[in-house]
Design a protein around this ligand. Structure first.
Ligand code: HEC
Length: 150
């Protein structure tokens, strides 16, 4: 009797263990698919922008955008700039999915850029070599206004 009970308990434990391991596996592969080719640290989702709510941040961010981003993403951020690569289209920044792209995730997308795609030379460059952190946060404030405008 006692034995049967412990067998059942261990079987239950086994099922639970298996399903939670599978759960973790699916969860991490889902995350991987969401951010494929981007380098996003696990802490990114909760990282807060020091420029959120700062009065002229979006205005200053606009000049960063005009100088550095417009050539690919286009004047309205729609992904149709003069240097947009038809093989690897720049993202339409008016359509950013904010649920999977909170400020911190956007930050690392811009900071680290995107790996080149197979069969093409380029993609989104890494701006950590061109911009200081605060200007990246400022351009994010501006990019968010592009979404609001549509
Ligand atoms: C040389 C062209 C180029 C420049 C310059 C460029 N981007 Fe990009 N960007 C891309 C491409 C291409 C993608 C799509 C990523 C991919 O799949 O390779 C992208 C994607 C993005 C994304 C991800 C959107 C999403 O929904 O995941 C953001 C945010 C972004 N760019 C912001 C910027 C900002 C801000 C700047 C200026 C600081 C900038 N980009 C400059 C080409 C560029």
């Amino acid at each position: 009797m006692k034995k049967a009970h412990s067998n059942l308990a261990s079987r239950r434990f086994g099922v639970r263990f298996l399903s939670s391991t599978l759960g973790i596996f699916f969860f991490t592969s889902l995350l991987g698919a969401q951010y494929e080719g981007w380098t996003i640290p696990p802490t990114a989702k909760t990282e807060k922008s020091p420029m959120a709510g700062v009065a002229d941040a979006a205005k200053k961010g606009k000049s960063v955008f005009t100088g550095r981003c417009q050539r690919c993403h286009g004047p309205e951020g729609k992904g149709n700039g003069p240097e947009a690569d038809p093989q690897v289209k720049p993202a339409d920044l008016t359509q950013i999915k904010t649920d999977i792209n909170p400020d911190g995730v956007l930050f690392y997308k811009i900071w680290n850029g995107h790996q080149p795609h197979a069969g093409s030379k380029g993609s989104m460059p890494a701006f950590k070599v061109q911009l200081v952190r605060d200007d990246v946060w400022r351009v994010i404030e501006y990019v968010k206004t592009l979404k609001a405008a549509t």
